[in-house]
Design a protein around this ligand. Sequence first.
Ligand code: ADP
Length: 481
Amino acid sequence: MSRGGKLKQIIQSMHFRVLIVLLLIGLVPVFLMKTGILNGFENQTVSMRAAMIRSQCSRLSADIIDAGYLSDGSSDVVDKELNQIAELYSGRVILVNSRFEIIRDTYLLDVGKTIIARELIECFQGKDTDYYNAENDFIEVVCPVREEPTKTVVGAFIISLPTTDIIVARRNLSRNVLILEAILIVLIIGASIYSSRLLVRPFGKVTAMMNSGGTDLLSDDISMPEYTETKLLSEAYNQMRHRLQAQEESRQMFVSNVSHELKTPMTSMKVLSDSLIQQAEFGEVPNELYREFMVDIGEEIDRENKIITDLLELVKMDRNSPDIHIEDTNINELIGLILKRLRPIAAKRGIEIALESYKPIIAQVDQTKFTLAVSNLVENGIKYNKDNGWVHISLNVDSTYFFVKVQDSGIGIPAADQEQIFERFYRVDKSHSREIGGTGLGLAITRQAVLMHHGAIRVYSREGEGTTFTVRIPLRYEEQE
Ligand code: ADP
């Protein structure tokens, strides 16, 4: 197989697809996990820091109010505390009064200036705001100075601090998470390869079993109950093999029957000709004897001919797509013609042939094959009849089917044989059938012809009383898959 073909085979395999699904299920969460952990850590740390600052500011609020710091900006204690917070976070603390004037700036840069910012206005409106600028690595927290007990916002802290330490911690954490991620990826790939193999193994086993027992029709049934699918697969395979076995047996039987049947007339001819030659050695053979033997040989040739003709007929109908020439046919007329041909044969033994038809029937049939099917039934009715007996043929029709019934007053068929009479070369009484020129193929041909028309044939018989064959054929021939 070419490399491209092999690759295609791998991609199309169930093993590969299961592996991909398992990898996706395992790896996607791992990749998401890394981002989740790192972002979670960063957000958590930032909000914790902001909360801490807020609580410190709210504690400081009381001191600021007590010292009247917002009006004159003079309190060493408050100054110290503000510086402490600034130092603690290595940041900048700005204190603003209600007129947005900067009272205190730990960087001492903007004291006395007015500052107006959205966050500040929101803070005076009673909202807590903080802002994290991840790109420039700093946090800005704005929190109110409240007057007790009215809780009126009379000033605000603006604290900005760098987040370098958070970034460093995030980087360290990222390294650890990466190691964890690598370990997990290796584990997941390993587990996925192992599980996908394990999951599809029963299919491989069932294929191996089929391959090993494939050519040997007599090998044991295979069984793979691991999954419902493999169970159904092995059952279907077993059934198919049983069918093949049955077909093979019937083929072998057919071949041995054919050779036997074809050999019998040959043997008779050989015996007849040998005995003529032998007799000639002992002197003149009378002309009459020559004639008699030649007539016998002629009969054997006819028999051989009939077997071959019948066999060819069967083989033609046996093919997967046999030739079939469907025509709209007047069935009453066609059967009338068949009976006209057979009446003289029946008359020789005083057998009466009667046709009963209730309605005119036009149906789609292959005239040659349908004629063959009905002729065989009527011929059998004559052949296996008593002298001066009768054969009644009746025709009937409904909206979908027409029916042909061939009933005779003949010798009947034992119940035990009724199932087999449609098999090739099956004869209830071999020597009797041979005597009257039967090949054992007539009913097999009839059945095949009926099946080709998608019809059905049944037999009802009682030994010694007579036999009835019923044939049902659809009026419209429909191609079937
Ligand atoms: P054959 O050429 O021997 O008649 P068929 O296939 O037509 O072969 O019939 C098979 C066997 O079924 C016959 O040998 C005969 O024993 C039995 N059979 C068929 N039709 C009848 C019938 N109408 N009455 C009694 N036996 C029949």
